[in-house]
Structure formats: structure tokens, C-alpha cells
Ligand binder design. Structure first.
Ligand SMILES: [Zn+2]
Length: 426
């Protein structure tokens, strides 16, 4: 009888343990699977070509909400169990390539861009599917492959090892959002400056809503990746620098557009620390930056508006937010189709406004809302946004996603960032 009772207790405890095991524990281990590929094409067509699979030693992404419920991004990938085809992990993302496809150059020439995505390392064979979002909002497959985690040709090559400083320590990475800054255009002897620059950026970001309210959910890391030269490429000034991730101003011939296509170097460096989002900090006083959803954010360290710019770029890169400005010079043509509701949470074409910030608009506020000083602090529907003057609407007269002079993010942007924080941590 005694043995029987112990057996029953053991069975009860065992089943409780099994229930407590999460989907992450059942299907993944705390390492990263990285898929390197190429996206190539022009303004009308694109294709994806697999390059290499890699195993990286850390996994900094979340271990909950493995299936994407936000629906952001021009692309998405899904990892499914190879036998049951049950989806195990999915994420949306954007690329520099899809932005390039909207430029005039893409009408004249085919180009290829490096691309890389990561997901937690699977325990068993999985099916990887990459899809592009079509104009009408449906998805079309670009690349489908079986991935066997035991494949001996998955590279386990040692990645570069750089000093890592945990600048803000909120807690264990599995439960936190890790913003990981990597050094670009800092020479070895400038790493004290880099760490101080990251501390300044982190302090600013965490002083701004909604990050301020949720500051206990963030870690900030600084990866001290040295460059041979200080600064970055500035083609208009004929200044060329040998740097860690080959960033450059004048992307798509827009002076302030600071970007890099060298995503493999970025991934190699970022792998030194756990990360949910990669920020490239460029050692320059010049004005500029860029942010691409679930790809990376990039900005300079020393321009007087550098903190505001970095916060804006992280709005794109982490929050999936659109630009709310529409009068500045950009390279894009017809970036938004007015017949389709864009996926970005802070602009609308009014095709499906119910899915956006309608619930934030108080009774009596006219829709569309006139750009009148009286509505300066009101959440409304103001015409102009997403590089388009007519037919695209934004939530506020001013916002961090519109100008550097704005007081902060508008209510719709704040709500979207909170949704992202909760998706990754709750
Ligand atoms: Zn906004």
C-alpha cells in the first residue's frame, strides 16, 4: 500500500511537470538557428535563395508567444513540425531589399541583398517556409526547406568574440526584452566612448513613454565590435571608412539615410550577446539613421538629435511603426497602396480603420481631423503620413514618428509599442 501511494504521488507529480513544460521546452533548445539567404529581383518580381544554416550559442528572444499574432511585416517565416506540420514558431519582418524595390532604380536593374533570420534551435526536424506579403495582403511562398537540426553541415564555426557589457540589467534574458547595441565606426581605443554612448541612449529611451512605464522589462547590452577606422562612409563627402558592419549614408541617394546591407556581419557580432532587437550605433556626428522592422535599427551617436533619431528608428525596427511624415524627401514611389489597409499600426488608409486606433478617439473629435492647433494634443485622424500627403492618415498632429521636435510618441504609437512589449514578455 505504501509503495502504491508513493507511485500515485509520483505519477501526479510527473504529470504536473509535463503540463508545466512549455511549448518552447518541448520543441526548442536555448540556442539560435540562423538562416542566411539572398533576396533578389526588381520592382515586379523577387526570389529567395538559400545560402547557409548556422548554429549560434545563445537565444535571447522570448520563450512565450512563439506564434506571431501581430501580423506586421512585408515578409513572414513559419517553422512547422516536419511530421505533423503543426506551426511551432513564426515571425514577420521587413528588409532593405523591399524598400529598394519601391525606388526608381528597381525599374531599371535587378539587385540582390543579403538577408538573415533567426529562430530558437529546434530539437527535431522542421519545415521552414518564407513568404512575401502581396499587395492584397495575402502571402505567397518564396522559399520552403526542410531543416534537420542534426545536419552535420549546419555551421558551428566560432563567431568573433568581442567584449560585451550589460549596460542595463533588468533580469534573465528569457523573460526580458534585450536591446543589443553593436559598435560601428569605433576603433578599439574608443570602446569606453561606445559604452558611454550606449548608456546615454539607454537612459534616454527608458525616460520616454511607453518604455518608461515598462522599463523593468528591458536589458540593454553593448557589444564592443572594433572598426579599423572611426566614423562611417559618407559618399557625398567622398569619405570612406573601413568599419565593422560597412554602414553608409546616402542609401538610395538620400543623404540622411544611414543603412548597411551587410546583415551577416551584424548577425555575427550581435551573436556575442542575447538579443530581441539589434541596434547599430554609428560613431558619427552627422544626422541620420534607419530602422527596419525585426531587422535592425541604426543611428549615429553624436548628432544633437541622436537620441531622438535612435528612438524613432527603434519605433520602426522594434515597434513596426510607419513614418508619420509626408513632406520630407524620400526615394520611395507609391510606398502605400491606398486601396489596402497598411499593416503598420500607426497609419491608416481608412479601408479598415476599426482595426487601428479608432477606440482611442474621443467622442466629438471630427474624422478626418483638421490640422488645427486646437487638436494639437488630440488623438484623431489627420491626413498625411507614410510619405503620402493624400489618402494616408496618422493619429496625431505631431509624434516621434513624424518629427524630432515632437514631445514623444502619439497615443497610437505608444499603444502599439506596449502591445509589442506584452507580446514578447507576457
Ligand atoms: Zn505616432
Amino acid at each position: 500500500m505504501k509503495i502504491g501511494l508513493i507511485s500515485i504521488i509520483s505519477i501526479v507529480l510527473l504529470s504536473a511537470c509535463l503540463q508545466a513544460q512549455t511549448a518552447f521546452d518541448r520543441h526548442f533548445v536555448e540556442k539560435t538557428m540562423r538562416v542566411d539567404f539572398i533576396l533578389a529581383g526588381n520592382n515586379v518580381q523577387q526570389a529567395a535563395y538559400l545560402l547557409e544554416l548556422k548554429q549560434e550559442p545563445l537565444w535571447g528572444g522570448g520563450q512565450i508567444n512563439l506564434i506571431d499574432s501581430l501580423g506586421y511585416g512585408e515578409y513572414r517565416f513559419t517553422i512547422s513540425d516536419f511530421v505533423s506540420m503543426e506551426p511551432l514558431y513564426s515571425r514577420g519582418f521587413c528588409t532593405l531589399f523591399e524598400e529598394w524595390r519601391t525606388t526608381a532604380e528597381a525599374q531599371a536593374v535587378d539587385k540582390a541583398f543579403y538577408q538573415s533570420i533567426t529562430f530558437p534551435y529546434p530539437q527535431n526536424k522542421v519545415f521552414f517556409k518564407l513568404e512575401e506579403r502581396k499587395k492584397d495582403g495575402t502571402y505567397q511562398a518564396l522559399l520552403s526547406i526542410a531543416i534537420d537540426p542534426e545536419d552535420p553541415n549546419i555551421s558551428k564555426e566560432q563567431l568573433p568574440q568581442y567584449d560585451v557589457v550589460k549596460v542595463v540589467d533588468g533580469g534573465a534574458s528569457a523573460n526580458m526584452i534585450d536591446f543589443t547595441f553593436i559598435a560601428e565606426g569605433y576603433k578599439s581605443e574608443e570602446m569606453d566612448k561606445f559604452v558611454a554612448d550606449v548608456k546615454r541612449m539607454a537612459a534616454y529611451i527608458l525616460s520616454q513613454e511607453p518604455y518608461k512605464t515598462h522599463r523593468n522589462k528591458f536589458n540593454f547590452w553593448a557589444v564592443c565590435s572594433p572598426s579599423d577606422d572611426s566614423g562611417t562612409d559618407n559618399p557625398r563627402g567622398d569619405e570612406w571608412r573601413r568599419t565593422a558592419v560597412n554602414s553608409s549614408f546616402n542609401t538610395f541617394y538620400i543623404d540622411r539615410y544611414l543603412e548597411t546591407a551587410d546583415v551577416f556581419s551584424i548577425r555575427d557580432i550581435a551573436a556575442c550577446a542575447p538579443y530581441d532587437h539589434i541596434c547599430v550605433l554609428v560613431n558619427s556626428e552627422k544626422y541620420g539613421g534607419g530602422g527596419i522592422y525585426n531587422h535592425f535599427s541604426i543611428g549615429t551617436a553624436d548628432h544633437p538629435m541622436a537620441e531622438q533619431v535612435m528612438l524613432h528608428e527603434i519605433g520602426h525596427g522594434f515597434g513596426g511603426l510607419a513614418d508619420e511624415y509626408y513632406t520630407s524627401d524620400v526615394a520611395y514611389q507609391n510606398f502605400f497602396d491606398l486601396k489596402v489597409e497598411p499593416w503598420q499600426p500607426n497609419i491608416t488608409t481608412m479601408v479598415n480603420f476599426n482595426a487601428k486606433w479608432k477606440h482611442l478617439i474621443e467622442e466629438g473629435v471630427p474624422v478626418p481631423t483638421p490640422s488645427d492647433k486646437k487638436y494639437e494634443k488630440t488623438t484623431g485622424v489627420f491626413e498625411g503620413g507614410g510619405y503620402v500627403e493624400k489618402g494616408v492618415f496618422r493619429p496625431a498632429i505631431n509624434c516621434r514618428m513624424k518629427t524630432n521636435e515632437a514631445k514623444g510618441f502619439c497615443a497610437a504609437c505608444q499603444e502599439a509599442i506596449v502591445n509589442m512589449i506584452e507580446f514578447l514578455t507576457d
